[in-house]
Structure formats: structure tokens, C-alpha cells
Write a protein of this length. Structure first.
Lengths: 381, 587
């Protein structure tokens, strides 16, 4: 990169530079790249702040989760950079490979997965456990985008039908675990792409109704969903311990927070380092830090969308949107749960929450997003 | 970048300007670069903007919520505060007749836990036990393991204890503000005021009888008690109890003119803060709950009845040469004179024979009637929960009439005794004893006449005579014109009377030219000392208490000593002791 920055004194020269790194550096969205790296750094910081208390409660060495997270960050960054160097065609191929692999592993999870609290979501491979559902989301986003784009651009394949069929495959595998949260994310990705692909507004309205119906069904089919919704709507109906504690954390933190490490909420919340990391941020670093984090997520989404708007390729438009909707929705669900704007739903905060599968998968997804939003001279309108 | 967006927007507008191209979902086999493909991209871009707007709105909501939580809520109490467990602990103050605070509330903190939030109950219990006295670590841990959201751990901490607990920093614990009842006077008023339970509900004494009033009204409750007189009586009784190794004592001071109880003491007493660890002997109010055969003090009633019914005049008398034998009893005199005795002599020498003969003269019906008038046959109407009922004979035979004439075979509470004697000295008008101060301007309590003015006047002279020349000389506080009557009764034990176990009392009043204050002292099982020649009778052990109390309270209540030898007073107190017209008071 230093080599390119030396030549980067004049832009036209670099455009003609043939080295891969140079081409990448001058075409990738450096703002997004910078913000994503910043998020990863914040993730390490927050893991160090929140996880020792959790580790201690589980009888593990205090730095257990910090060490593990530190172990996952270099490969995640590597995946982010490597993937972002791919061409759109390579991105598509990589996504399809990962998608097929993920579906296979999801099937395997259903039969050989570890059951935790009544759900089979984790697959044990060589001593490490893998949450396959994390990987299926970005892979599905790109694969479905390819199908929708093909159909939309008049290619002679039933793209919409294939994409929807793939959705149902993923859907049934996720609901079988069951994992309602991931299901919602995947459906939202699919829907946003279908929406962008020109779905008539009548159908949009109809599908929104179906979606609402689906959520209602989830309420009646899955007792744990019903229980969480009930407690959200009527806090008196059950134990709202986690949410109460999270809210207290934000109130306690105030504008500037109690200071790094000085928070108490992490001592009470079982998932302080993952699902409720936002509350730890709120308590120890305060409201302004939280607003900054929200702005960072918003900025990444905005940067990606702006890049996508400038592209005339349907596939890139849909794939970028799908990946960013997934990214934004995860962040939204995690943060909204922590501030009690919705029933609590276990969802990792991209790059910030502790979790190996999560950070590797999101790095893959954002790597693809960066790759797709790179400027391609000659292809732009 | 901005330029690019603008160019997109202009494209977008152009697209919509052409209505014929608005069928985005219609597929066509061949797509010219500038035809439906471009249109599809434009639609996608428009909808991407919508999607972006929705996502940004959602991020905006989270931002607003964060501002809401951090800025608008921080001062709020945590929503989980155990409101339902809040206890109303405030009570009105109790004051004495001069506004001295006898009972008040102090703000304290009580410790509770939300067990669901206590991380390590065992460790928390250990830490708390190191700070709280008498706390058991395992018991505390057990409470903190209950599946509830609220358990009390320790009520009413001292500020120091609260500080120590705060320093421990145990999560899941919190404090609740409560009022703790404080009794600044302590022991001397323990029986009158009573005490409250942990939730500040009155469960004894005035705290119980006025519980609703004290909890419902913030206005302080003023009692008739004068805390200075309470101390005087408490000190004098305590000294006597110690000196004569008595097992108990009680004392009453009444305002004869109003029926107000100025002092009410029962010994042994207790620490009102530790009522729970006091034993039954300490908790019992001997002045109102206990009933005693008070012995010769009852001759006040016998003599008053005889004079009032007119069976004998003050210059009359009876033959007291021989003991009376009735049924299996023999009635004899303690200070036997073995001769005919005048009524004043019978009274001042406390002759059982003479009193019994008086009683036989006016008869059982009159005795019952008068005792009832004096309020001795029913519970005292005092505003305390601890009031004993008198013990009277089931069947009132002549022998009962005789023994009751000198205070045996009937048991009344010391307060009943005090009120009855006060009635005789209040020009013969009975006033119900009360602990609640009358509000200024409210009408004087209506009493009921029990004996005539003349009887009252004769009784006041006779009672002065007892102190001047009879059995109660040790009660004579100089210059205060004390009058009264001694009482010594053998305690009943297992159906017979025990010679060594006495109830020794003295019911006194002063100044006897115009009786204003009644002072009663009762000692339970006093033992004689060398100084008293081993006597433990009322005249030897209780009369000195009266003297001490009168001497100390005189200046407090504003009564100046007078010269008893002054001719005016001599005339006011004159009594013909012998039927021959001998005027003893002129000696």
C-alpha cells in the first residue's frame, strides 16, 4: 500500500497502475474500509471491557473471550481484504460456493449440531464450534441478487423463482433449528432485493402482510418468541431482568459514561459481551459514544448505497443492497433490543459483539460489499 | 459524489416523465442498453433510496431512544423499586403536658435485597454478617436465595451500618427509608408509652390504644404526664425498691381536681427499644394491670362509707377491746389498743376491729354500693390497653364485708385505688382518670358525686391526722400538709396469707387544707431493714416514698410549703379525736 501511496500523488497515473494492490486501493471505498476497520477495533475494545466479567462468572480465565476474539480478528480482516479484491464475477462465484457449503452444513447442523437451550444452531468442527447460519446470510444475499438480476435483465432463467426457492430452503433449515432471528434477516434481505427488482407495489403490500402474518405465526408457534413479546408488551407479565438492566446501564452511563471498565451491567447480563454489548458501551462510554456508533453503522450503509446508486449493473445494485440490508438489520435488531424498542432478540452487533462465526461471516459479507462497490473504470455511467 | 447523485436524480425524473415506460415487471427477451434495462436500473435506484430512507429512519429512532434514555431518564428511580412493599411507618409525636417530646420518629434506612439480582448469596451473607450485629450469614444467604424480588435483610440500620453496607458494594441490595420510633425518656415511661412493632404499629401502652390516631394524624398527641414528676416518682420508687429489696413497685400521681394522671410508674421496667427481650415481670404494668389486696388503705373507703351513710358520726366510736371471731377468721388489731376507740382513732391507728364493726353497721349492700361508686368494682377507664379487672367476692357474705373493710378479700389496681381516694378528696366528686391532656377551653370533665362534701371534709382531716400522729408519720413532708393512709396486706399464696410476703402501700395527698395532688406508692414484697427494725409495712417503706415525692414535686407544681402551726390551718385541719371533745390538733 505504501508503494501505491507513493505513486498516488497524481490520480490519473494510479488508474493506469497495473499492480493489483494499487488498482484495489484506488477503486475501493476507503471510507467504508476505514469505518469497518474502526468497528473491528471497537469490537476488540468492547470485548475487553465486557467479557472478563462474563468469563469470571462462567469460571473461565478473565481474558478468555478477549484472547479468542483477538485470535479471530486477523483472519477476519484478512477475509475482508481478500474478498474486497475480487471482481464482481469472482464475488458471485465465491458466494455460490459458500452458499452451497452453508446449506450442506446447515443440514448437518440439524442432525449433528450441539443442542443449547432447546435449539440446534452450532456445529462442532475440529474443536471449534461454527454457527453456519451466520455464513448463509451474506452468501444468500449475493446468490439471490444474481438470480433476481438475471431475471430482471431479461436472461432466460426463472431467476425470481429460483431465488424464492433458495429462500425457502434456507428458511426451512433455519426454522428447524429454530432460529427466528436469522430467519427474519434472511427474509428481509430477499424481500428488499425483490422490492428493488421492480416488484409491483400491490405485491409489495401483499408480501408485507404475509410478513406480518409470518411474525404472528412465529408468536404462536414458538413459545420462546411468544414469551419475549409478551414481556416486551407487558413488563409485569414476567421477568424483564435483562432488559431492565440494559436500560439502567444507559441511564447510569449518561452522556459520557462511567468510564472504561467502570460499568456494572456486565456483571449481571449473561450476554454482556455479545447480545448486550451495546448496553455496556452505553454505560461505560456514554450516550455520545453510542450515537457515534449508530452514525458509523449508518454511514457504512449510506456509503454502500451511494456507491450502488452510481452503478448501472443490476446484479451489483441488488447484491450490495442485500448485503447492506443484512448488515444494517443485524445492527438495528441488536441495538433496538438493548434500548427496549423491540422484544429482545439475540443478534450480534456486526464486528463489535464477541463471536468467531459472526465476525468471520460479516467480514466475508462486507468484503463482498467492498468488492462490488469498487469503481470499475469503463463500466460506470 | 454529489454530482453523481444529482445526475441520477435527473435521470430518474426523466424516467417518470415518460408514462409509457412504467411496466417494470414486463419481461422482454431482448433488452436494448437504453431501453427497459435502463428503466429497471432506475426503478431499482428509486427503491434503493426508499430502502435507505427506511434504514436511516430506524437508525434515527435508535439515536432518539438513546437521547431519551440518557437525558430524560437518569434522575428517575429504577422502575423495579418495590413500591408494593412500601410500609407506612410515620407516626405522630407524643408529648407530655408541657410539650416535652416523649416519642418521635427518626428517619432510618432499612436494608432489603432483590434476590434475583444478588450474584453470590453466600458471599453477600458473609459480608453482611461481618457488619450487622447478631446477623447469621447462612440465614441471610438463605433469604437472598428465595425466588422473590423483595426480602428484608435488616430493618432500621444506624447511619454507620448503612455506610458500612454501602462500602461492601454488594449488588442486588438496596435501602428503603423508614421511620424508627424514638423514646427520648426511655425506661421511666416505658409502660405508659408502650412500644411499636418493626412496622411501627403500636402494640402496647399509649402507642397501642391511640394507634389509629397516631398513624392517621400528623398532629402530636399531648398526654397529661408531666415528665418531671415521672422522673421524681420513678427515682423515689427505684430507690425504695432497692433499699427494701422489693420485687416490684408502682406509683401514681393524680391531679385531684381534673383526674389527670401526672405520673404512672411501674417497676421493674424495660428498655422501650428492646421490649422484645424484656421478660414478663418487666413488661407488666403493675399500676394498671395488676390487682392487689391493698389492706388498710381500704379503711379510707370504710370510714367514708360509715360517715356518709351516717351509721356513725365523726365523734362516735367502737369497742375494740376484743378480737372478732367470725367463721374461721379472727380479726385482731395490729396496733392493738385494747379499749374503746373513736372513729378518728380507729382510722389513725388503723384498727381492723373498729373498721369491721363499722362495716357491719352499714352492711353489705351499702359497702357494695359505695365501692361501686368509687369505681372499685370495675376496670379503670384509663386509656391504656393493659388494664386489670378487680377481683371481688363471688358471694358477698358478712365475713367478706368485714375483711373488705380493712382491704382483704378484694383486689384492685393501684390506679383504681388512687382514683377512688382522689374522688373522696375532690369534694366527693369522682373523675375518671385520663392520660390525654384536655385541650384548652374545652369544658371541665363532668364527674359524679360519690360522697357528700361534709364526708369529704371529714376524710381530709382524718387523713391528715394519720400523717400527723398515726401510722403515716414518715410521709410528712414538712410544710406540705400531707395526709394519707398506710396499707399493708399479706399476699395470698395458695389459699392462705403469707406473713412475710407483703404488699405495702401508702395513699397520700397534699396539701390537705385543699387537696390538689394524690400520690400513691405500692411496694411488692419489700423486706425490712435494720433501719426500719425489720418492719416492711406501708408506714415504714411506702410512706417515706410519698414524703420524698411530695418534697421534690412541690416546687415543680408551684406549691409553697406553709407553716402547719398557723392558726388558720389549725382550724382547717381540726379533728376531735376523742368523744369527750379532746382536740388533738391543738397539741
Amino acid at each position: 500500500m505504501t508503494a501505491t501511496s507513493r505513486t498516488g500523488m497524481t490520480i490519473p497515473l494510479t488508474r493506469t497502475d497495473t499492480s493489483v494492490l494499487s488498482r484495489w486501493w484506488w477503486t475501493v471505498d476507503k471510507w467504508s474500509l476505514f469505518l469497518l476497520c474502526g468497528l473491528t477495533g471497537l469490537g476488540l475494545l468492547m470485548t475487553s471491557a465486557a467479557s472478563p466479567a462474563v468469563a469470571e462468572r462462567l469460571g473461565l480465565p478473565p481474558m478468555h473471550f478477549v484472547m479468542r476474539q483477538a485470535l479471530f480478528v486477523p483472519p477476519a480482516l484478512l477475509i475482508l481484504f481478500m474478498t474486497s479484491m475480487l471482481s464482481p464475477r469472482q464475488v458471485r462465484r465465491a458466494a455460490i460456493v459458500v452458499f452451497m457449503l452453508s446449506v450442506a452444513l446447515l443440514i448437518l447442523t440439524l442432525f449433528g449440531g450441539t443442542e443449547i437451550k432447546g435449539a440446534r444452531r452450532w456445529l462442532s468442527i475440529g474443536g471449534t464450534s461454527l454457527q453456519v447460519s451466520e455464513f448463509v446470510k451474506p452468501a444468500f444475499a449475493v446468490t439471490a441478487a444474481w438470480m433476481f438480476a438475471a431475471r430482471r435483465m431479461g436472461e432466460d432463467i426463472p431467476g425470481n423463482i429460483i431465488a424464492t426457492a433458495l429462500l425457502f430452503v434456507v428458511l426451512s433449515l433455519l426454522l428447524a433449528q429454530p432460529d427466528v432471528g436469522q430467519t427474519v434477516v434472511v427474509v428481509a434481505v430477499w424481500f428488499s432485493q425483490l422490492f428493488l427488482a421492480g416488484l409491483p407495489m400491490l405485491w409489495v403490500a401483499l408480501l408485507v402482510l404475509v410478513g406480518v402474518g409470518g411474525l404472528a405465526t412465529a408468536y404462536f408457534v414458538f413459545p420462546h418468541v411468544a414469551s419475549r413479546v409478551d414481556r416486551f408488551l407487558n413488563p409485569q407479565s414476567g421477568d424483564t431482568f435483562q432488559v431492565d438492566r440494559a436500560l439502567e446501564a444507559f441511564m447510569n452511563g449518561g452522556l459520557f459514561g462511567t468510564g472504561p471498565g467502570a460499568g456494572t451491567v456486565k456483571a449481571h447480563l449473561p450476554d454482556a459481551h455479545a447480545d448486550f454489548v451495546f448496553a455496556v458501551l452505553g454505560e461505560e462510554f456514554g450516550m455520545f459514544a453510542c450515537l457515534l456508533l449508530v452514525a458509523v453503522f449508518g454511514a457504512i450503509v449510506a456509503r454502500g448505497f451511494i456507491r450502488a446508486l452510481q452503478d448501472s449493473d443490476m446484479f451489483i445494485l441488488l447484491a450490495t443492497t442485500g448485503l447492506l440490508v443484512q448488515f444494517a438489520l443485524q445492527a438495528l435488531i441488536n441495538m433496538a433490543s438493548a434500548v427496549n424498542l423491540m422484544p429482545p432478540k439475540g443478534m450480534t452487533l456486526p464486528f463489535v459483539s464477541y463471536g468467531g462465526s459472526s465476525i468471520l461471516a460479516i467480514a466475508f459479507g462486507m468484503g463482498m460489499m467492498l468488492a462490488l462497490t469498487r469503481r470499475r473504470p469503463g463500466e460506470q455511467t | 459524489m454529489i454530482g453523481k447523485i444529482r445526475s441520477f436524480r435527473s435521470n430518474h425524473r426523466r424516467t417518470h416523465a415518460n408514462p409509457t415506460r412504467r411496466r417494470p415487471c414486463v419481461p422482454s427477451k431482448m433488452l436494448p442498453a437504453d431501453g427497459p434495462a435502463r428503466e429497471a436500473i432506475e426503478t431499482g435506484r428509486t427503491r434503493l433510496l426508499i430502502t435507505g430512507a427506511v434504514i436511516w429512519a430506524a437508525f434515527g429512532c435508535i439515536g432518539l431512544r438513546l437521547v431519551d434514555l440518557s437525558l430524560l431518564h437518569p434522575a428517575e428511580e429504577p422502575s423495579h423499586a418495590a413500591v408494593s412493599e412500601r410500609i407506612e411507618t410515620e407516626r405522630a409525636d407524643i408529648l407530655d403536658r408541657n410539650g416535652v417530646i416523649l416519642a418521635t420518629g427518626l428517619a432510618t434506612a432499612s436494608l432489603y435485597a432483590n434476590p434475583r439480582r444478588v450474584i453470590d448469596p453466600d458471599e453477600a451473607g458473609r459480608q453482611l454478617a461481618s457488619v450487622l450485629p447478631n446477623a447469621d450469614a447462612t440465614e441471610l444467604a438463605k433469604r437472598m436465595r428465595l425466588d422473590r424480588t423483595f426480602v428484608w435483610l435488616h430493618r432500621k440500620l444506624t447511619p454507620r451500618q448503612q455506610w458500612q453496607i454501602l462500602r461492601l458494594g454488594i449488588p442486588g441490595l438496596d435501602f428503603q427509608r423508614e421511620e424508627a420510633r424514638a423514646y427520648p425518656v426511655g425506661h421511666p415511661l416505658a409502660h405508659v408509652l408502650g412500644y411499636v412493632d418493626i412496622d411501627n404499629h403500636g402494640i402496647a401502652g399509649v402507642e397501642k390504644s391511640f394507634d389509629d390516631r397516631l398513624r392517621g394524624d400528623r398532629e402530636p398527641l399531648s398526654l397529661t404526664i408531666d415528665v418531671r414528676l415521672q422522673h421524681v416518682m420513678h427515682a423515689a420508687l427505684s430507690d425504695a425498691m432497692k433499699e427494701f429489696s422489693a420485687m416490684g413497685a408502682s406509683g401514681v400521681i393524680l391531679d385531684i381536681k381534673t383526674g389527670e394522671v401526672l405520673s404512672l410508674v411501674s417497676l421493674p421496667d424495660f428498655d422501650p427499644y428492646r421490649a422484645g427481650s424484656a421478660d414478663e415481670e418487666q413488661l407488666r404494668n403493675r399500676a394498671t394491670l395488676d390487682v392487689y389486696e391493698l389492706g388498710s388503705a381500704f379503711k379510707v373507703f370504710t370510714t367514708a362509707t360509715a360517715l356518709d351513710t351516717g351509721v356513725v358520726a365523726i365523734d362516735g366510736g367502737y369497742d375494740a377491746t376484743k378480737p372478732i371471731k367470725i367463721a374461721r377468721y379472727t380479726i385482731r388489731d395490729y396496733h392493738a389498743k385494747g379499749r374503746w376507740l373513736s372513729v378518728p382513732e380507729i382510722f389513725m391507728y388503723s384498727s381492723n376491729i373498729g373498721s369491721a364493726k363499722m362495716a357491719m353497721d352499714f352492711g353489705t349492700e351499702a359497702q357494695r354500693d359505695y365501692l361501686s361508686r368509687f369505681g372499685l368494682l370495675e376496670q379503670s377507664p384509663i386509656e391504656l390497653p393493659e388494664v386489670g379487672a378487680p377481683i371481688t367476692p363471688d358471694i358477698w357474705r358478712p365475713v367478706n364485708t368485714m375483711t373488705i373493710s380493712f382491704g382483704h378479700g378484694i383486689a384492685v389496681s393501684p390506679l383504681q385505688m388512687a382514683s377512688a381516694v382522689a374522688a373522696i378528696l375532690n369534694d366527693g366528686v369522682y373523675l375518671a382518670p385520663t392520660l390525654v391532656k384536655r385541650e384548652a377551653g374545652s369544658p371541665k370533665p363532668a364527674g359524679r358525686r360519690v360522697v357528700s362534701r361534709k364526708t369529704s371534709d371529714e376524710m381530709r382531716r382524718l387523713m391528715r391526722l394519720v400523717v400527723e400522729q398515726g401510722t403515716g408519720k414518715k410521709a410528712d413532708a414538712e410544710g406540705y400538709l400531707v395526709g394519707g393512709k398506710t396499707g399493708t396486706a399479706e399476699k395470698q399464696s395458695g389459699g392462705s396469707y403469707a406473713r412475710k410476703k407483703l404488699i405495702s402501700s401508702f395513699v397520700g395527698a397534699f396539701p390537705m387544707n385543699a387537696p390538689r395532688y394524690l400520690v400513691l406508692a405500692v411496694l411488692d414484697e419489700p423486706k425490712g431493714t435494720k433501719k426500719t427494725y425489720n418492719y416492711a409495712t406501708g408506714g415504714w417503706v411506702a410512706a417515706p416514698v410519698i414524703k420524698q415525692v411530695v418534697e421534690r414535686m412541690g416546687p415543680v407544681v408551684g406549691i409553697a410549703p406553709v407553716d402547719p402551726a398557723s392558726p388558720n390551718l389549725q382550724a382547717e385541719m381540726a379533728v376531735n379525736v376523742t368523744s369527750e371533745g379532746h382536740t388533738l390538733a391543738s397539741f
